[in-house]
Write a protein that binds this ligand. Structure first.
Ligand SMILES: [Zn+2]
Length: 229
């Protein structure tokens, strides 16, 4: 997701604060903040791992974000079978990419890697987080919220999703994690999980809204300088 989402909730400062408070107290005690790798040395395992077909995963630095229309965004991503240095390096690069693009969440398919992991940072002080093979096991409530996406910059849509989720997965250390998330964090995670299943925010719109969004997207892509990142 884009950090625009934070801007969008700005007029409702109270709710925004509640979101961040909820995030801080949402029980994310089992995920260790991601330590950004600084080494520029290639990790040979990345080059050997057939799951990491994207060669960019072997070097340090921001990656190219795939935009709507790229087929990789429509594929179902595969489970990560081994949490190794390659996954960690890729997660680091994804965090750098997310920061550079002004985002608060990024899923692996958005940088061309068809694996089930994502990174996020709600900028509430906990630092960047990585989540591997995440799975929502429980949802509750309903919440309408405007979402933007790094893969369709320039667009945002109000989408109704569950307000709270209980999610399980693994951290970069391989340990199981369990997250009970509310509001913005729950929203962010659901958005990124959609990417792992080849689903984009636009798919949540009704037919007319979707048509209008596609029209706007086609105007934006006709003038690439208007698109970020
Ligand atoms: Zn997105």
């Amino acid at each position: 997701m884009l950090i625009d989402d934070l801007v969008l909730v700005k007029p409702q400062t109270q709710r925004h604060l509640i979101c961040l408070h909820t995030y801080r107290s949402s029980g994310i005690t089992e995920i260790q903040p991601l330590r950004l790798a600084t080494s520029k040395t290639n990790d040979a395992r990345c080059l050997q791992a057939d799951v990491m077909e994207n060669e960019v995963a072997s070097s340090a630095g921001p990656l190219a974000v795939r935009l709507m229309g790229d087929p990789v965004l429509r594929r179902h991503a595969a489970e990560v079978t081994e949490i190794n240095g390659c996954v960690a390096r890729t997660a680091t690069n994804m965090v750098l990419t997310m920061y550079q693009a002004g985002g608060i969440g990024l899923a692996a398919p958005q940088v061309g890697i068809q694996q089930r992991f994502l990174v996020y940072d709600l900028q509430g002080g906990a630092g960047p987080q990585a989540l591997i093979n995440p799975e929502v096991i429980e949802t509750d409530g309903e919440w309408a919220f405007a979402e933007a996406c790094l893969s369709m910059p320039g667009l945002s849509f109000e989408i109704v999703r569950p307000k709270q989720i209980h999610l399980v997965g693994r951290g970069l250390d391989g340990n199981e994690v369990s997250i009970e998330a509310d509001e913005l964090l729950a929203r962010l995670l659901q958005h990124e999980l959609d990417h792992l299943d080849g689903v984009l925010a636009i798919d949540h719109l009704d037919r007319e809204e979707r048509k209008a969004a596609l029209r706007t997207w086609s105007e934006l892509t006709a003038n690439p300088t208007s698109i970020r990142p």
